[in-house]
Design a binder for this molecule. Sequence first.
Ligand code: ADP
Ligand code: MG
Length: 317
Amino acid sequence: MEFSLIAKHFTRATPGAVLGVGDDCALLAPTPGMQLAVSSDMLLEGRHFSPQDSPAGIGHKSLAVNLSDLAAMGATPRWATLAIALPEENDAWLTAFARGFFRMADQHGIELIGGDTTRGALTLSITVMGEIPPGQALRRDGAQAGDDIWVSGVLGSAAMALAYRQGRLFMEQIDAAKVLPALYLPTPRVALGIALRGLAHSAIDISDGLLADLGHILERSGKGAQLAFDALPTLPVVQTYLHETVARECVLAGGDDYELCFTAPADRREAILAAAASADVSVSRIGQITAEPGLTVLAADGQPLPYDKTGYDHFAA
Ligand code: ADP
Ligand code: MG
């Protein structure tokens, strides 16, 4: 597409690359001895964001959800490519989008080193690359029986904001304002992922809901889990809506949290808390990995909580 568009909006100095935007390929020199972690995520208008959303917010979120995958692996962010389809050359939209995108990139040491630009329904496809010392990646298949299960930050805020936006949950406006940032401006837990290298047995980022994403760890590790509903961390404003079924579902199975869920042996509790403090993020212990398969959520009275939604299914909606 228009080379001027790419030059104006997406060409920046890339001191961490041998060659950045402008040639047939970018040229990268990974740090000797490091492994490369690579992940792609697509965002489609109508599915992952709506036409009236702020373009700077879309720029922020599109890179944040990709960075969240690097965080979940314990990788140090290095490079990204950006493939973008847009219906028309809208300079104001692109300027704001690039502002949100590069602010997030600068925060995490990401350099945009290439991509593709074409006309079409608004679609964003980003690939991120990061580095990890060999053997230190936080994989999904490492959970062991007896491990503590931890989550970072708070759960359910983004899903509650979406439920509010879609009219599925009534909230006072002053309350909604407290959960909406989680939906539009998620924070990838990059520093925490790096700090958990060598500590966590397994990790995943929560993009489709706690139960679904923890379920992936359990499946890949061949284990089960027991969770305590009351141990799940939430914003105080979320607590005040937990009498609503929808709100409880948001906490257990809502998507878009982009928090890390990870497991570690009980004798590393102090080290985990120190790692979280160094990353400036809160972490909460929410349950245990069990040798027997199956996922049980216990209510305050010790009885299993019935639940039917294990997460947001992109093909069911
Ligand atoms: P080609 O025809 O070889 O695919 P393009 O004209 O699509 O080349 O792209 C020219 C250069 O601009 C390439 O280096 C490509 O990586 C880069 N580029 C294209 N679109 C983007 C974008 N949205 N963000 C960053 N770099 C881009
Ligand atoms: Mg091209």
